[in-house]
Design a protein around this ligand. Structure first.
Ligand code: GLN
Length: 454
């Protein structure tokens, strides 16, 4: 609350930007002017973007919204930001996020929550969550402070904030975008992607962001398709699958109605609708909340007060004391919860019962998708089980917060491309999103179905 109030006092009512870097965006705009004069424009010359503060940016502090990385100024550039800047993009600033990308509401940031620019129409003026973890990105794009932003998605962090704020966002197939220089959360799930106003902008940006990178061992060595040129909202001859297990108990009638509307739009675009089954859907959330914390507990072991950012060295402290003091003060509560869960499920006594089991269930979830895609080209589902909730509404109850990810984590576990597109407003005038999930490497199919629906 203190950090948020300080941001408001500093004239940043949404607290979307942690750092503003106008000089970077201006330099890119001036370069674009020169390029226009000399006829040497690059694909994204002068385009200003916000960069989620999970991407390392050379010479600019990168914090992952955690105190433990305060003061960390990378000497290197993430592959994604290098590609964007190389294409002419200028950086408006580093965007707030849930701490280490752990969260669904942006409330776990050490630098104060982000606020969505949207308000309920019923007069309830309670500030709303912009979604998470890419909540600075969603809020900035929705408020038109940036035409586009980078996001990352481990279990829904591009798609759910896009849905909450009425914008578009795509998580490509695992391996399309290099993870090099992106602060790691759960390495087998993390993927970067663009968040923008519409599907076309996402297609344009994803083309620049994708591509093989020898510095990421899980990067796919494949050519990047021309997704923008291939855009078509014509779904004739395509089959859109509706997974029946996503009709979860307690889903608000408005979400069900939105889904039916999406089905009608897909039909109007010429698609055939087929019901499909993903029988292991109910196990996706518990599987994700074992695997993601397990990988996080390993990845976050590097923040030891020696190599990066903050160090707490109490008087007379030995090395162990220094580790303990640094990590106690540096990590936020949600990050500590994940490290504890992850350490537990990886411990010798419980490894087989939790981690090995979760990996087996992950394989079953991936196989469900393979079978479903024998019957259809893309899947259509709601992105989240509700519209944006009020700040504070779920922050005391981690399980209620985790339930928000029920529709997004399955595609993450299977490594599939998935996108959220704005699909209308609820009775309170709040945006709702629909999710399209595609076959591995079929970003084109996802984007095209998104274009038909947005
Ligand atoms: N909300 C999910 C989590 O807290 C997903 C976050 C993400 O995709 N980075 O883990």
């Amino acid at each position: 609350a203190d950090a948020f109030n300080a941001a408001v006092a500093a004239g940043k009512p949404l607290n979307a930007f942690l750092v503003e870097t106008p000089e970077h965006a201006i330099a890119a705009a001036e370069e674009a002017d020169r390029g226009r004069a000399s006829g040497e424009l690059r694909p994204l010359s002068g385009v200003p973007m916000g960069i989620k503060d999970l991407f390392c940016t050379a010479g600019y502090q990168t914090t992952a919204a955690s105190h433990i990385l305060e003061g960390f100024v990378p000497t290197y550039e993430s592959t994604i930001t290098a590609k964007l800047f190389g294409a002419g993009v200028g950086m408006l600033g580093k965007l707030n996020l849930d701490q280490f990308a752990m969260g669904s509401s942006n409330e776990t940031s050490a630098f104060g929550n982000v606020i969505s620019p949207w308000r309920r129409s019923d007069g309830g003026n309670a500030p709303l969550a912009p979604g998470g973890s890419s909540g600075g990105s969603s809020s900035a794009v929705a408020a038109r402070m940036a035409p586009a932003a980078t996001g990352t998605d481990t279990g829904g962090s591009i798609r759910q904030p896009a849905a909450f704020t009425g914008i578009s966002g795509i998580k490509p197939t695992y391996g399309r975008c290099s993870r090099w220089g992106v602060v790691a959360f759960a390495s087998s799930l993390d993927q970067a992607g663009p968040m923008a106003r519409d599907v076309r902008d996402c297609a344009i940006l994803l083309e620049t962001m994708s591509g093989f990178d020898p510095k990421d061992s899980t990067s796919l060595d494949l050519p990047v398709p021309q997704w923008e040129a291939g855009l078509s909202g014509d779904l004739r001859g395509k089959k859109v699958g509706i997974p029946k297990e996503y009709r979860v108990d307690g889903m608000p009638a408005e979400i069900e109605a939105l889904w039916q509307q999406g089905i009608a739009w897909a039909k109007d675009a010429g698609a055939e609708i087929v019901e499909v089954s993903l029988p292991h859907t109910q196990y996706a959330l518990p599987t994700y909340y074992i695997i993601a914390p397990a990988e996080a507990s390993s990845n976050l072991a590097r923040y030891d007060g020696v190599r990066y950012g903050q160090r707490d060295l109490p008087d007379g402290a030995n090395l162990q004391d220094m580790y303990a003091a640094t990590r106690a003060a540096g990590f936020g509560g949600e990050v500590k919860r994940r490290i504890l869960i992850g350490t537990y499920v990886l411990s010798a006594g419980f490894y087989d019962a939790y981690y090995t089991k979760a990996q087996k269930v992950r394989a079953l979830i991936a196989r469900d998708f393979e079978r479903a895609f024998e019957q259809c080209d893309v899947l259509l589902t709601p992105t989240a089980p509700s519209a944006a909730f009020a700040l504070g509404e779920k922050s005391a109850d981690p399980l209620a917060m985790y339930l928000n990810d029920v529709f997004t984590v399955p595609a993450s576990l299977a490594g599939l491309p998935a996108m959220s597109v704005p699909a209308g407003l609820d009775k309170q005038g709040l945006p709702l999103g629909l999710q399209i999930i595609g076959k591995p490497l079929d970003e084109q199919g996802v984007l095209n179905a998104g274009l038909a629906i947005e």
